[in-house]
Design a protein. Structure first.
Lengths: 412, 235, 260
């Protein structure tokens, strides 16, 4: 009797100290769903190596789910896999494949609803609809995951990391490709996105909507359908990112729409159709960015006020700047322009005559896009020159008074 | 040896050869004469294939020459103006022309004759007009052909070279060759020509020996005889 | 033909102008690379120079050579060779010697600079290929003009006019018509209009490498197909070949009836 009491006692102790539940084909518990069923708050579920065909696993307890090397969860294209509805959970080292597609339900490999303090790490998601879908949550960490998909069209694909209504989230060291948007933030604030690699996504590598006071840095966005979009947001800090090779008629390195008070610095924009496309941007500081070989380094589409561009490198872009109006309320100063042909007689590193970044040709191309085939023609050089001498079509106060003679941001 | 049959050539509205017929037999020196613009050069250029007649035919050794080029291996031509690629040396030029003709040549003999040995390695652009003309003569006479066509051969030659030229012509004639010469120097004609072909308004106006010409025009001086021919026409 | 080519080539390679031309490119290459230290910028500047200058030099050399060697050509015409061989030999002699000046003049500084290690090697080789094409095209065009014009001064004038037209005026008319017919779909028109000017065509070939990101910014389907795939490259090259062949054919045709 005593012995039995002791057993009970030990049992309760172990429950209080959190127990480990093993799941495998030859274990007592063969499915993850069963493991979750019997698990209690703080338990650790260890999924042993093997293939598990499960979906719609609902986790409403604060547990830790760990996969052994080689664990695969196959959703068989039916629906979502995990749904967490609890605080303080962790999931790591799990590989999830084949999440079902739907036009009405957002199936995800991992869905998180109304949670706080959670960690999703070291997971691999392949052929997903949504990868990680987080709603109304706070203080989550999403790191070291690899999310990919292979859906063909924008409508039939989902986002890699999708956060709707979040606060204090951290997304870092993730790799995302073949999705609709690599990372999507809507109504998210005070969050950080860094060291992620987002490539070959159908729409945006990163997409912010109505998300204020966020910071993203040291990410690389490459070859995405339309680049990176930051829309209807305030106080965003974007720095040390690389925006590369976003080609297409509606492709940008960075699309800014209705953005206020942002800081954009030390980024690299390389070989994009448009480096930065700004519509309705106000009070934005662009500092120490490099624009290399873009079609247009910067396109200002309208209603952009009090933007300041300083110490940026504009190198070998087909066109440095496109403006669609004669009005200018933005300031360019101390930038390096590879097309600058002036001289520096007083050797202070600053050209003695101002540089005029908007060419007549870029104005013409705005009106008649087909004229692009005449890029770099001698005739175009001649009319650009005459416009430079006496501006008629382009804003005559749009000048860089202090163009630098040498490249500024060599290290990027 | 050469037959021109009913040759017509117009440059635009200007009729240069107007149904010209001419037979030139083998052997002897023929001077083709006529006032400026009478069609001498055009006639020769037709024979050389440089000018293409609108109508008529030309036979050389009984074969039509129109649209052919092989026959030109059997004739030598001295062009009127000697102008050569300025950056080639004399030797290279001779080499080049030899290259173009698969035929024996005796250029060294001629080079000695005209005293060109010192100029062989000079660039053609640096030579005087007279020296160029000598090079021109070497190029023409170095091949052994039955027909030799000389267009104003005396231009720019010094007296000694002129004597050499006359000797050359006589030598070739002695070999039984046919030589066609156009020139304005009547003394030269008087000296070398066996027969005169006089062209006027695109037709052969006179063909015969100098003696016959003098007889026909009742004039003992060749120059006057020619002048007489022309003035009669326009009288 | 090869014999004529050989001697024309010798003659031209020793001419002062070939040296000047060669030295010009040599100097240009060195200045662009060693004073600038930016291969990409050098390639862009070179493109601007090559698509304007090679046609001009090709045109001038072509007409000059034709008229200057007129008498010698007559001597050649009296030799037992086919007419077209004489002219093709001369034509190739000029084109090849000009191309050699271009390729060596620019190639030497670039090789010394260490181009083979640079990623710009492809862009640079494309520039040389395009420059060579332009040489062959414009020498052929100028030979055509010279063959059709007896008067030396007139011939020279026409040739320069042709260059001016293709290098500047054509693009002016092109641009104005694009702006005027703004409301219509113009992508096909603009591509076709490009094909009819070898300078534009060469420019497009280089743009395909240097400015592809900008070119893909246009929405037209024809544009996208042309610039987005290898079609543009292949088609442009092919038409450049036609731009060489057609003047050559017309040259030979003209020769058959030409009096000298």
């Amino acid at each position: 009797m005593r012995f039995i009491n002791l057993l009970f006692f030990l049992f309760f102790i172990s429950v209080l100290q959190a127990k480990q539940i093993e799941v495998c084909e030859s274990c007592a518990i063969k499915s993850i769903k069963d493991a979750i069923e019997i698990a209690e708050k703080g338990d650790e579920i260890l999924i042993k190596t093997g293939l598990y065909k499960e979906h719609d696993i609902i986790v409403s307890k604060s547990v830790v789910i760990i996969g052994e090397k080689g664990v695969i969860l196959d959703g068989e294209g039916v629906g979502g896999i995990f749904t967490f509805e609890a605080d303080n959970f962790t999931i790591k080292n799990v590989k999830i494949i084949n999440v079902g597609s739907s036009y009405t339900v957002d199936y995800a490999a991992i869905k998180v609803v109304k949670a706080q303090n959670f960690i999703i790490e070291n997971c691999t998601f392949e052929s997903v609809f949504f990868g990680i879908l987080i709603e109304k949550s706070k203080k989550g960490i999403i790191r070291n995951n690899k999310i990919s998909s292979n859906r063909a069209s924008e409508a039939s694909s989902g986002n890699g990391i999708h956060i709707w209504d979040g606060d204090k989230m951290e997304v870092y060291n993730n790799e995302l490709f073949g999705l609709r948007d690599g990372i999507y933030f809507e109504f998210v604030k005070n969050s950080f996105v860094y060291n992620n690699l987002s490539t070959n996504n159908i729409r945006y590598g990163l997409h912010f909507m109505f998300s204020n006071k966020n910071e993203y840095h040291h990410n690389e966005f490459r070859n995405n359908g339309a680049g990176v979009a930051v829309m209807f947001s305030k106080y965003i800090s974007m720095h040390h990112n690389k925006f590369r090779l976003n080609w297409g008629s509606a492709s940008y390195g960075l699309l800014l729409k209705e953005i206020y008070d942002a800081e954009i610095y030390n980024n690299l924009f390389e070989e994009n159709t448009i480096g930065i496309n700004g519509e309705g941007c106000t009070r934005i500081n662009y500092k120490n960015n490099s624009f290399l070989r873009n079609g247009w380094a910067i396109k200002i589409a309208g209603a952009c006020y009090a933007n300041i561009f300083t110490n940026n490198d504009f190198m070998h872009n087909s066109l440095d700047l496109a403006y669609n109006s004669k009005l200018n309320d933005n300031k360019f100063d101390n930038n390096y322009w590879s097309e600058y042909t002036g001289y520096d007689l007083d050797k202070n590193g600053i050209g003695d005559i101002p540089y005029r970044p908007v060419k007549l040709f870029s104005y013409i191309v705005n009106q008649t896009p087909e004229a692009l085939v005449l890029l770099r023609s001698l005739f175009v050089d001649i009319i650009n020159f005459s416009e430079k001498v006496s501006p008629v079509f382009t804003p005559d106060d749009l000048l860089d008074e202090n163009p630098k003679m040498k490249r500024i941001n060599d290290s990027i | 040896m050469i037959q021109f049959k009913n040759l017509h050539k117009r440059f635009g509205k200007l009729v240069v050869l107007d149904g010209l017929d001419l037979n030139i037999k083998k052997g002897g020196i023929f001077a083709v004469l006529g006032p400026n613009g009478s069609g001498k050069t055009t006639l020769i250029k037709c024979l050389l294939g440089m000018v293409i007649p609108q109508k008529g035919d030309i036979f050389y050794n009984d074969k039509s020459v129109l649209k052919k080029w092989n026959y030109r291996n059997e004739l030598n031509y001295l062009p009127q103006i000697a102008n050569f690629p300025p950056n080639l040396s004399v030797l290279e030029l001779i080499q080049m022309v030899k290259n173009l003709r698969p035929k024996e040549s005796n250029e060294q003999e001629l080079i000695d004759l005209f005293g060109l040995n010192d100029s062989l390695n000079k660039k053609l652009g640096n030579l005087s007009g007279g020296t160029k003309q000598k090079v021109n003569l070497v190029l023409t006479f170095m091949f052994d052909s039955n027909l030799i066509i000389l267009d104003e051969p005396t231009t720019g030659l010094d007296p000694i070279s002129l004597i050499h030229l006359k000797e050359l012509i006589q030598k070739e004639k002695a070999k039984g060759k046919t030589i066609l010469i156009t020139t304005h120097i009547m003394s030269f004609v008087n000296e070398v020509a066996d027969e005169i072909v006089f062209i006027l308004d695109g037709k052969i106006y006179f063909k015969g020996t100098i003696g016959e010409l003098k007889k026909q025009t009742n004039n003992n001086d060749l120059e006057h005889a020619i002048a007489n021919l022309i003035s009669k026409q326009y009288a | 033909m090869l014999k004529i080519l050989k001697y024309s080539f010798y003659d031209l390679m020793r001419s002062r102008w070939s040296y000047v031309y060669f030295l010009f490119y040599l100097l240009l290459g060195f200045v662009l690379l060693f004073l600038n230290n930016d291969v990409n910028k050098a390639v862009i500047t070179l493109m601007n120079i090559i698509i304007v200058l090679t046609p001009l030099i090709g045109t001038i050399f072509g007409v000059m050579y034709y008229y200057n060697s007129k008498e010698f050509t007559e001597l050649l015409l009296a030799q037992p060779i086919n007419r077209s061989k004489i002219f093709m030999g001369q034509y190739l002699g000029i084109s090849i010697s000009l191309t050699l000046s271009l390729v060596l003049g620019l190639g030497i500084p670039f090789v010394l600079y260490g181009l083979f290690k640079s990623t710009a090697i492809f862009n640079f080789s494309l520039l040389l290929v395009v420059g060579s094409f332009l040489n062959f095209i414009f020498v052929a065009l100028s030979y055509n003009i010279a063959l059709s014009t007896e008067n030396k001064i007139k011939g020279f004038g026409y040739a320069i006019l042709m260059w001016l037209f293709l290098a500047v005026i054509y693009d002016g008319i092109f641009l104005i018509s694009l702006v005027m017919f703004n409301e219509y779909p113009l992508d096909k028109f603009s591509l076709v209009a490009t094909m009819f000017n070898p300078i534009d065509l060469s420019r497009i070939l280089i743009l395909l490498k240097l400015d592809i990101s900008a070119l893909l910014g246009y929405t037209g389907a024809v544009f996208r197909k042309f610039f987005g795939t290898n079609l543009g490259m292949v088609l442009s090259m092919l038409i450049l070949v036609f731009w060489v062949l057609i003047p050559i054919v017309r040259m030979n045709f003209k020769l058959r009836k030409k009096d000298f």
